[in-house]
Ligand binder design. Structure first.
Ligand SMILES: Cc1cc2nc3c(=O)[nH]c(=O)nc-3n(C[C@H](O)[C@H](O)[C@H](O)COP(=O)(O)OP(=O)(O)OC[C@H]3O[C@@H](n4cnc5c(N)ncnc54)[C@H](O)[C@@H]3O)c2cc1C
Ligand code: FES
Length: 356
């Protein structure tokens, strides 16, 4: 949080950065929060148990956390990057990266360029055919925004078995219903029902879904793209905490690029040992299971796609690619479109109000 506060002040970014408490609440497992409190206090974190209006149990409150508007933050940061001489290219899909002498040649939909160092910060690392695909599991999140009394809640609320939410002006933003990719079923209806059981909500104003990737031990992968490679890097596997963890990546990667040591590099290394075998086996089983089922197949590594009726998209359960009803790529790691057969039948009764 301190690093974000410093960056926002130094660059004078207008992103509504506010100091707020973060609350973890539960409906049925208060003992787990007491154990979390003990662990947090052992680590010297500013935690305390206190009542919240959404649960009959005490919630675990962390003081002095921060919230900001991520889009405003990114727009401000991008502006400063360009002002400082950086070149930002938008709407260009990277379609291939090849070794060319001592450098990488990056092909994009707008043309190609050479780079000495490449950081693949594309959620799932592009063009991996084995090493990451067995160790990153996609998990889907659904979000909705409702009219609600202005500033109904001070702070950010994370439910262990209910929705997470926070106020944004006179809106309440609610997130939840994590599902394994390709297994969503009436996710928005379930989320809205859970939210209305706890919160005073007006009309719905928006809905969307996104996914993030989870590593076997819950710690992100930040480091080299291959063991021993020194010019290609990645930051991935944020498990829903990529805004917080991006700051960690921004500390480690510059040192690795400059061939310097960093004290956290080993902890976050994609090539550390531990906990990997079980998830690799699960991911391999998922891939095999989806390889033998019907069509259409994902253009990344050929897994069978599931039709997501909530968003009217074709979703890949293996590594998280998503395609629209015409088969165009919405999310990677796929970079090529797919042939989809007869979306009309699948679309009957499906939700088509927005794109994810
Ligand atoms: C509703 C919601 C609330 C959240 N709240 C929090 C929070 O409170 N705290 C927190 O820490 N995290 C939070 N997160 C999680 C956080 O947003 C993610 O973990 C983070 O955005 C992941 O960052 P990323 O850079 O890995 O991937 P992304 O943000 O998905 O960025 C990847 C980028 O790569 C681009 N890309 C992909 N393929 C290609 C290609 N072939 N060519 C060119 N570009 C490509 C994509 O267009 C995209 O811009 C939240 C997420 C959601 C959805
Ligand atoms: S097979 Fe990898 S995303 Fe579909």
């Amino acid at each position: 949080m301190g690093a974000y506060r410093e960056l926002v002040a130094e660059l004078d970014l207008r992103c509504r950065l506010e100091t707020r408490s973060a609350y973890v609440y539960t409906d049925d497992d208060p003992e787990s929060l007491e154990a979390e409190l003990d662990a947090a206090l052992d680590l010297g974190l500013p935690a305390v148990l206190e009542p919240v209006p959404t649960s009959s149990h005490l919630a675990l409150a962390f003081r002095d956390q921060a919230q900001f508007h991520p889009r405003e933050f990114l727009l401000g940061l991008a502006g400063k990057f360009v002002e400082a001489g950086g070149l930002l290219v938008e709407n260009a899909r990277v379609t291939e990266i090849e070794q060319d002498g001592g450098r990488s040649r990056v092909e994009t939909s707008l043309g190609s360029f050479h780079a000495e160092n490449v950081v693949l910060a594309t959620l799932f690392p592009l063009f991996d055919r084995s090493l990451f695909s067995l160790r990153l599991k996609p998990v889907q999140h659904f979000g909705m925004a409702f009219q609600g009394p202005r500033g109904q809640f001070e702070g950010m609320f994370i439910g262990t078995n209910g929705p997470s939410f926070r106020s944004h002006g006179d809106l309440l933003v609610v997130v939840g219903e994590s599902e394994e990719m390709g297994h969503a079923d009436n996710a928005y209806e379930k989320l809205e029902r859970q939210a209305r059981e706890r919160l005073v909500l007006g009309d719905e104003v928006a809905r969307w879904s996104a996914h993030d990737l989870v590593t076997p031990d819950g710690v992100p992968f930040i480091g080299t793209f291959r063991p021993g490679s020194s010019h290609r890097f990645t930051a991935t596997g944020f498990g829903g905490w990529g805004i917080t963890s991006a700051m960690v990546a921004s500390c480690i990667l510059p040192d690795l690029i400059a061939d310097r040591e960093h004290p956290w590099a080993e902890l976050y290394s994609p090539w550390r040992s531990g906990g990997v075998v079980r998830q690799a086996a699960e991911q391999a089983a998922t891939a095999v299971q989806h390889l033998v089922r019907g069509k259409p197949r994902c253009s990344h590594m050929g897994c069978a796609l599931s039709f997501n009726r909530d968003d009217a998209t074709w979703d890949c359960p293996c590594h998280g690619s998503r395609f629209d009803v015409e088969g165009r790529v919405l999310w990677g790691p796929a970079v090529e479109p797919v042939e989809v057969e007869g979306p009309e039948g699948e679309l009957e009764g499906a939700e088509t109000r927005g794109t994810p």
